[in-house]
Design a protein around this ligand. Sequence first.
Ligand code: ADP
Ligand code: ADP
Length: 231
Amino acid sequence: SLAVSAHQLTKTYGSGENVVFALRDVSLSIPSGRFVAIMGPSGSGKSTLMHCLAGLDNPSSGEVYIEGQNITAMQDQQLTELRRRRVGFVFQAFNLVATLNARQNIELPFLLDGKKPDASRIASITTMLGLQERLSHKPHELSGGQQQRVAIARALATDPAVLFADEPTGNLDTNSGRSVLGFLRTCADEGQTIIMVTHDPAAATYADEVLVMRDGSLVDTITSPTVQSVT
Ligand code: ADP
Ligand code: ADP
């Protein structure tokens, strides 16, 4: 089944002579359990594409489907509900709550949903991400890489069907970056769909395929990427 698909997405900013095509007629289909990397030069439309696929931004035209549901046609409340139940996000600005410690930040999505935190899932995720010793620390007491890993743990704690990650290893050293990517790879092998924006060819090798953006268009799809094929 398809986790995410897009049909002829176009997104413009401005109008007349100043119009910018952030996306031009982008169509794609991402099956469940696939790990997809989106690459391309700065300004090529990667963030806009991710935001439209995740329902955080509206395309100017075209449709996005998440698990077969047309999110472009949804009411705000219905979309918010779908996002909260089925979708996880990791963004560059971590959006951790400064007054809560790492564990409380990771448990937050459950509390917002009126659910009891899944203690065993949280324990296994934080162990795999090497965070066991940092759970009682607040964000300002954590390194950038640790904050990034807390944001990833929070996004995955509720077991979302689709995870969107913008440069998830951007602030990590090589070793913790590899452990995060290996973890995302395991999640995909277990059926989670991962959609990641990255500039790093080494990170892209963990993905099943790379979607290459240029000037608002999807210009290439590279399956089983190698460092050579994406540089
Ligand atoms: P990338 O993520 O690949 O760097 P973006 O999706 O951020 O690319 O941007 C694609 C194009 O759309 C760029 O030309 C950018 O300047 C433009 N753009 C993005 N967001 C806005 C906005 N809010 N207003 C005007 N132009 C924007
Ligand atoms: P990224 O590093 O993820 O590509 P950018 O620095 O390009 O992000 O953009 C950061 C934010 O600024 C995004 O929300 C994007 O929509 C917005 N943005 C990008 N380009 C423009 C622009 N030309 N005018 C207004 N907003 C923009």
